[in-house]
Design a protein around this ligand. Structure first.
Ligand code: XLS
Ligand code: MG
Ligand code: MG
Length: 400
C-alpha cells in the first residue's frame, strides 16, 4: 500500500457520505461453489475498522447482526443497544437498515408468497426493520426483494404476487409514519433495489425501471416515501447503460441511495470494488450525479475477493475502494468544470447555423450546418479519457 503512494486521510474520507455495509466486510468468501476463505467477524470489529479507515457510516441487514429467532424480541433490543454504543464509541453513524428477505429458508417462496402466514411474517420483518432504523438513527431503509420471482414456470401469478409485495412495502411505510409521529421525527426514505437475476431465474421487478413503474402503479399507499437504491453492477447485469438508468431515476426524483461496486455486463453478481473494472464509465456516472447534486449515500456494496486475506479486507480492500471513489468523484468535478468540455458542450448546444438565405427546414442544409460541429462528441470523449489518466494535467508518455 505504501508502494501505491498511500491513501486519503480518514478525515478526508469521512467528508463523503460513504457507508460500509456489515455484510461486505464480514463476507467470508463463500458462494455456491466456494468454501469460505476468511473467518466470521462481528459488528464490533467491522465498525471499529470502518472508523479507523474513515468510513463514517455503517449499514446492515437485520439478520447480519440479529439472529432470526431474536428479531422483534427483547434480545434484539439488547443487541441494538450494544450496536448503538459501539457506533457512538467509534464516531460512526448508522445510515441504513435493510430487511433480509432472501436468505433464510422461510423465504423459499419469497417475501410475497401465496401463504398469508408468510406474507404476515414479511410485514413483521419490514416493520421491525423500520423500528430498528429509528432506534439506530438511520435515515434509509432498503428492500432488495431477492426471491420475488420464480425458478419453475406457471406456479405463481405475477399480478397477484406484485400486489402482495406492495402490501409489505405499504406496511413498512405505514409503520414508519406511526413511529416518526410518536418520536416527533421524520420518516425514512424507503429504497427498492433491483437485480435482474440471482437467486431466482426470473425476477418480477428486475430493473430500476421496473421498480419505478411499480412505485407509480397505484398499488403503493405512500409512493412519495418510496424510491430507489440502484446498484451499479445490477444495472450492468441486464446490459443497461448505468448512467442512463440513473438518469431515469433522477428525472423521476427517485434516486434515494446508491450501491457502488463494479463488474461485468451480462454476467452474475460478482460485486467487485468500485472502479476496478469500468473506471471510465464510473467517471461518467459521477459526472452525472455530481452535476445533479446527488451526494450520497454511496454504499460500498462489494465483496472483497476470496484471494484477499482478513487482514487485507481492512488494509487494502476497503481503503482502496473508498479512495478510488473519492478520486473519481474529484475527477468528475474536474470534468464538470473542464474548459475544453465546457466550450465543446456550449458549442453543441448553440447548434449549427443554416444561412438565412437557405430553407431552415431543409434536412440537407441542417446536416451541412452540423457536420463539423458534431465531431465535438468525440473530442469530449477523448478529453474525459485524458482526465481519467491525468493527461489534462500534463502527464505525457513518450515512445522514446
Ligand atoms: C444483493 C444485494 C444486497 C442488497 C441488500 O445482491 O446487492 O446486498 O444490497 O440486501
Ligand atoms: Mg446491493
Ligand atoms: Mg451486487
Amino acid at each position: 500500500m505504501n508502494a501505491c503512494g498511500g491513501g486519503y486521510s480518514p478525515e478526508t474520507r469521512r467528508r463523503y457520505f460513504i457507508s460500509g455495509p456489515q455484510w461486505a466486510a464480514a463476507y467470508p468468501g463463500h458462494a455456491l461453489f466456494h468454501a469460505p476463505t476468511r473467518p466470521e467477524i462481528g459488528f464490533g470489529e467491522v465498525i471499529r475498522k470502518y472508523a479507523e479507515i474513515g468510513i463514517g457510516y455503517w449499514s446492515t441487514h437485520d439478520t447480519d447482526v440479529i439472529p432470526t429467532a431474536a428479531l422483534g424480541k427483547d434480545a434484539q433490543w439488547e443487541i441494538a443497544g450494544r450496536i448503538g454504543k459501539t457506533l457512538a464509541a467509534n464516531g460512526v453513524r448508522c445510515s441504513m437498515i435493510t430487511a433480509e428477505t432472501f436468505h433464510h429458508a422461510v423465504w423459499a417462496a419469497g417475501p410475497a408468497a401465496e401463504s398469508p402466514a408468510i406474507r404476515e411474517y414479511a410485514k413483521f420483518r419490514v416493520r421491525n426493520t423500520v423500528d430498528l432504523a429509528h432506534e439506530l438513527g438511520a435515515g434509509f431503509a432498503v428492500y432488495w426483494p431477492g426471491t420475488l420471482g420464480y425458478l419453475v414456470q406457471g406456479a405463481i401469478e405475477e399480478t397477484e404476487t406484485l400486489r402482495w409485495y406492495a402490501e409489505a412495502i405499504n406496511a413498512a411505510c405505514e409503520r414508519d409514519i406511526e413511529v416518526a409521529r410518536a418520536l416527533g421525527g421524520t420518516t425514512l426514505k424507503h429504497c427498492l433495489e433491483a437485480k435482474p437475476f440471482e437467486p431466482q431465474a426470473e425476477i418480477l421487478l428486475p430493473t430500476s425501471d421496473a421498480m419505478l413503474a411499480f412505485i407509480g402503479s397505484g398499488m403503493l399507499t405512500h409512493p412519495e416515501m418510496v424510491g430507489l437504491n440502484p446498484e451499479y453492477l445490477h444495472e450492468l447485469m441486464w446490459g443497461a447503460a448505468v448512467r442512463a438508468a440513473l438518469a431515469r431515476a433522477l428525472v423521476a426524483g427517485k434516486l434515494f441511495h446508491f450501491d457502488i461496486n463494479d463488474g461485468y455486463r451480462l454476467k452474475h453478481d460478482v460485486d467487485i470494488g468500485v472502479g476496478l473494472v469500468n473506471p471510465l464509465d464510473w467517471l461518467n456516472v459521477l459526472v452525472l450525479l455530481r452535476s445533479h447534486g446527488f451526494e450520497g449515500p454511496f454504499n460500498l456494496d462489494f465483496k472483497p475477493p476470496r484471494t484477499t486475506s482478513q487482514f487485507g479486507v481492512f488494509e487494502v480492500s476497503f481503503p482502496t475502494a473508498v479512495d478510488r471513489f473519492i478520486t473519481l468523484w474529484e475527477m468528475a468535478g474536474e470534468a464538470i468544470s473542464d474548459p475544453v468540455i465546457k466550450e465543446a458542450t456550449e458549442a453543441l448546444k448553440a447548434g449549427g447555423l443554416v444561412a438565412d438565405s437557405e430553407d431552415q427546414m431543409d434536412a440537407e442544409a441542417l446536416t451541412r450546418a452540423h457536420r463539423e460541429l458534431l465531431t465535438l462528441h468525440e473530442v469530449i470523449a477523448h478529453r474525459l479519457v485524458q482526465i481519467l489518466i491525468g493527461q489534462h494535467r500534463g502527464r505525457v508518455f513518450s515512445t522514446k
